[in-house]
Design a protein around this ligand. Structure first.
Ligand SMILES: NC(=O)c1ccc[n+]([C@@H]2O[C@H](COP(=O)([O-])OP(=O)(O)OC[C@H]3O[C@@H](n4cnc5c(N)ncnc54)[C@H](O)[C@@H]3O)[C@@H](O)[C@H]2O)c1
Ligand SMILES: O=C(O)C1=N[C@H](C(=O)O)CCC1
Length: 269
C-alpha cells in the first residue's frame, strides 16, 4: 500500500487511546490524522505526544470529532457506548471506516449502528486480538462436539477500572458456545449468581467476572462434566495486541463497501 490512511483515535487519553496512538505512530502503515477527547478534558488543545509524556507529534487533541473525522480515512474508537453511538453517525458522515472496540453496548445500542453502516464501513469486536478470535472459533467447535453433559462456564478477569461485565470478550465466547450448541445465548445465559440460586440448570452458559489490580484481560471457557474438564484459555499481558488488531481492521476496511464487519472477517478466520 503506497497511500498511508490517516487515522483518528478517539478517547485519546485513555488506556487504549494512548496504546492506539503509539501503535499508529510506530506502524509505518498509517498516519495519525487526529486525536479526540471529551469536551472540557484537560488534553483538549494540547499536542497529544506531549500529553502522553513524549515529544510533540504535531497533532492537537480536539473535542470536535466531525472536524477531525472529515480529514481522515479511519476512526479507531475505544471509548464508551454513548460516545461510540455519536461517533458512528459522524464517521458515516465523513465516510471514514469506524473501528469500534468499545464494549458494554446494549442490544438496542448495537441496533442503532445500522443506519451508519449503510453509508460507511463499521468493524466492531469485543476483542481485537488474533488469539481471542481464534479462541472464539475453537469454543464454537468444542461446544458443537459436546452435549449438555458438559456444563459451559466463561470466567473472565480484568483490571479494577473496568466498568462493564461480563466483558465483551466473555460475551463473544458465550455467543460462540451457544452457536456451537445450536441455542440462543439469551435463552441460556446465567450471569451474576448470588445467594440461594438453586442448582445449576442443565444447558445454561454461566459467566463469572473477576475485577482486580492491573489485569489486562484473562478468559477461560470451561467445559465441565462428570470425571473430566476441558479449559480453553486466553491470557492478554499487553494491550498492544488489541491496538494491533484495531489498526489491521482500519487498514483492511479501506477498500470494503458499507456494512458491518467483525474481526473474523478481518482475520479471515
Ligand atoms: N475490543 C477490544 O479489543 C478492547 C480492548 C481493550 C478495551 N476495550 C474497550 O475499550 C473501551 C475503553 O477502554 P479503556 O480501558 O481504554 O478505558 P479508559 O477509561 O481508559 O478510556 C476511555 C476514554 O474514552 C474517553 N471518552 C469517553 N467519552 C468520550 C467522548 N464522548 N468523546 C471523546 N472521548 C470520550 C474518556 O475520556 C477516556 O479517555 C472499553 O469499553 C473497553 O472495554 C476493548
Ligand atoms: O480492558 C478492558 O476493558 C478490556 N475490554 C475488552 C472486553 O471487554 O472484553 C477486551 C479486553 C480488555
Amino acid at each position: 500500500m503506497t497511500h498511508k490512511p490517516g487515522i483518528v483515535i478517539t478517547g485519546a487519553s485513555g488506556r487504549m487511546g494512548q496504546m492506539l496512538i503509539r501503535t499508529v505512530l510506530e506502524s509505518g502503515k498509517a498516519t495519525l490524522a487526529g486525536a479526540v477527547e471529551r469536551e472540557g478534558h484537560e488534553w483538549v488543545g494540547r499536542d497529544v505526544g506531549e500529553m502522553m509524556g513524549g515529544q510533540a507529534v504535531g497533532v492537537t487533541v480536539t473535542a470536535d470529532a466531525l472536524e477531525a473525522f472529515s480529514k481522515a480515512q479511519a476512526v479507531i474508537d475505544f471509548t464508551a457506548p454513548e460516545a461510540t453511538l455519536a461517533f458512528s453517525k459522524l464517521a458515516a458522515q465523513a465516510r471514514a471506516v469506524h473501528v469500534i472496540g468499545t464494549t458494554g453496548m446494549t442490544d438496542e445500542q448495537i441496533a442503532q449502528l445500522e443506519p451508519a453502516s449503510r453509508h460507511a464501513v463499521i468493524i466492531r469486536a469485543g476483542n481485537m486480538s488474533l488469539g481471542v478470535n481464534l479462541l472464539v472459533q475453537l469454543t464454537k467447535k468444542v461446544a458443537a462436539a459436546l452435549d449438555e453433559d458438559f456444563d459451559i462456564e466463561v470466567i473472565e478477569a480484568h483490571h479494577h477500572h473496568k466498568v462493564d461485565a461480563p466483558s465483551g470478550t466473555a460475551l463473544m465466547l458465550g455467543e460462540a458456545a451457544a452457536e456451537g450448541r445450536g441455542v440462543k445465548l439469551a435463552d441460556v445465559r446465567d450471569s451474576g449468581r448470588d445467594g440461594i440460586t438453586g442448582a445449576r440448570k442443565r444447558g445454561d452458559i454461566g459467566f463469572t467476572a473477576i475485577r482486580g489490580g492491573d489485569i489486562v484481560g484473562e478468559h477461560d471457557v470451561l467445559f465441565a462434566a462428570a470425571g473430566e474438564r476441558i479449559v480453553l484459555r486466553h491470557l492478554a499481558t499487553d494491550r498492544a495486541i488489541f491496538a494491533r488488531g484495531a489498526l489491521k481492521a482500519a487498514l483492511w476496511g479501506q477498500d470494503k463497501g458499507p456494512g458491518q464487519y467483525d474481526m473474523v472477517d478481518v482475520l479471515g478466520l
